[in-house]
Design a protein around this ligand. Structure first.
Ligand code: F6P
Length: 547
């Protein structure tokens, strides 16, 4: 059934009226008026804790947002996703990344196919293969154990594995060095090949479609580089593939016995749980990879069963929606106060923006509200010394998600204390700000003359009242990382349902791909064709002149 437009719903109208009342709310006053605010506006699930009290909202706002979630059918759509219905309506596909982390024996079939049995059969192969490589039983063609793994993939076939391998570096195998090549820019491949020895290197060609231009070019380059020093028969010990496309793998020259399959109901940006996570399982071992899946499953269960008012992904989504829609926030900053999560913002960029960066509804009608904000960020405390200036005193309101582990994976306690102090201080500073009067008092106490106080005070004033969430975990482990990623996956899903966009297609990436193919041919062609606008023609001409 066709969804009514978002702005025509009763719950949206109620929120609009409420937003006018809330326009002048100051978080300082909200905290002062309610000593229980932190307890009231925080929740827990799957070993994660979410504090969303430092947002410009109150209990009534949440009631209205929960009503919106109900009116938009969040619970029904969630259940449809878990049940394997074809909710990706422009590609006519089910969306079942949750099935990839369901324990053995979970009942789910799609088109009569036992999905759980298929998933666990592939996991069994991942275990056997990764155990063999890690133990040294799997040998290169000259009889040496593997020392280097090069994952060749892009987008979801790169960002997830790379982010997770980095985040779980404390769990990694000491012999195996992990490399990730994604960019068609030859510098990326060059940097990796310069560090590895063909006799001891395993290449994983990771591509759902096995047609992605960058990955195919990188894979061919790696193959030629390898074959420069080895016979064709050696490929089978050094090249494996992860894909849904068996025919293309065979055509590339990889033995189907060395292929780890997955399925079209796994979106690229939701695929780290599938065999696309092969590099993760190689790095940390199948046991920890299973813990990673189990952590995500725990979040799935929380999302599936917790009431809206206590449901962490739904709350995160609704608060984000409130900030985007009624506070006009154009972007969200992801600030992991954990260096090992340094690639997490980049991972979320694809997850969120490729999912919800849409301008038409599932029925193809123009949306009538803004959709996905831009997502960006860097680990704290580095961001503090770069762009936090804009977040504190810039003209736009830019909500922040702070993410931290309470216990570190190292023994330098004083570093960790300083890190957490910064994390908590920043969220306090964004909330409280510093008023003109407070600044004046400070400057008076420093003994500055009145004229100097008045000159400096506006520069030193912080408006505050800037929203943030804080997500805490005891430690960054395979399980808590799995839960954290699943939290954001489901947050993205819920926002997609509110906006009524299809969060599982990505047609917006197609046009550039097609034009790049054309221009690639033109760059190689002679003489210079003039087929474009003057800017594009001019750029092509300059590139050709430089050859
Ligand atoms: O072009 C976008 C995209 O399709 C992403 O959605 C995907 O994660 C990436 O390219 C890589 O795709 P593949 O795994 O098929 O190579």
């Amino acid at each position: 059934m066709r969804q009514p437009s978002l702005t025509s719903t009763a719950s949206f109208h109620a929120l609009e009226t409420h937003a006018i009342e809330a326009e002048d709310w100051q978080m300082r006053s909200l905290f002062a008026a309610d000593p229980q605010r932190f307890e009231r506006l925080s929740c827990e699930g799957a070993e994660l804790f979410l504090d969303y009290s430092k947002n410009r909202l109150d209990g009534r706002t949440l009631e209205l947002l929960a009503a919106l979630a109900r009116e938009r059918g969040v619970e029904q759509r969630r259940d449809a996703m878990f049940a394997g219905e074809r909710i990706n309506n422009t590609e006519n596909r089910a969306v079942l990344h949750t099935a990839l982390r369901a324990p053995r024996g979970a009942k789910l079939s799609v088109d009569g196919q036992d999905v759980n049995a298929d998933v666990h059969a592939v996991l069994g192969r991942v275990k056997a293969f990764t155990d063999a490589v890690r133990s040294g039983e799997w040998l290169g063609h000259t009889g040496k154990p593997i020392t280097d793994i090069v994952n060749i993939g892009i987008g979801g076939s790169d960002l997830g594995p790379k982010m997770v391998v980095l985040a779980l570096r404390h769990y990694a195998h000491p012999r195996l060095r992990m490399h990730f090549v994604s960019n068609v820019d030859g510098h990326d491949m060059d940097a990796a090949l310069n560090q590895v020895d063909p006799e001891t290197t395993l290449f994983i060609v990771a591509s759902k479609t096995f047609t992605t231009a960058e990955t195919m070019m990188n894979a061919q380059t790696a193959r030629s580089w390898f074959l420069a020093n080895a016979p064709e028969a050696a490929l089978a010990r050094h090249f494996v593939a992860v894909s849904t496309n068996t025919e293309a793998i065979k055509a590339f020259g990889i033995d189907p016995a060395n292929m780890f399959p997955f399925w079209d109901w796994v979106g690229g940006r939701y695929s780290v749980w599938s065999a696309i996570g092969l590099s993760v399982a190689l790095a940390v071992g199948f046991g920890y990879f299973s813990d990673f899946l189990a952590g995500a499953h725990a979040m799935d269960e929380h999302f599936r069963t917790a009431p809206i008012e206590e449901n962490m992904p739904i709350i995160l989504a609704l608060v984000g929606f409130w900030n985007r829609q009624f506070l006009g926030a154009p972007s969200v900053t992801i600030a992991p106060y954990h260096q090992d999560l340094s690639r997490f913002p980049a991972y979320l960029q694809q997850l969120d923006m490729e999912s919800n960066g849409k301008r038409v509804t599932r029925d193809g009608e123009p949306v009538d509200t803004p959709t996905c904000p831009a997502i960006w960020g860097e680990p704290g405390t580095n961001g503090q010394h770069a762009y936090f200036q804009l977040l504190h005193q810039g003209t736009d309101l830019n909500p922040i998600d702070f993410i931290a582990a309470l216990r570190p994976a190292h023994e330098m306690e004083h570093h960790h204390t300083a890190l957490l102090a910064n994390c908590f201080a920043q969220s306090e500073a964004f909330m409280k700000g510093k008023t003109l009067d407070e600044v004046r008092i400070d400057l008076q106490q420093q003994g500055l003359p009145l004229a100097e106080i008045e000159r400096l005070a506006p520069h030193k004033t912080f408006p505050g009242n800037r929203p943030s969430n804080t997500i805490l975990m005891e430690r960054l482990t395979p399980a808590t990382l799995g839960a954290l990623i699943a939290l954001y996956e489901h947050k993205t899903f819920v926002q997609g349902v509110i906006w009524d966009v299809n969060s599982f297609d990505q047609w917006g990436v197609e046009l550039g791909k097609v034009l790049a193919k054309k221009i690639e041919a033109e760059l190689a062609a002679d003489p210079q064709p003039e087929l474009h606008d003057s800017s594009t023609n001019g750029l092509i001409a300059r590139a050709k002149a430089a050859v």
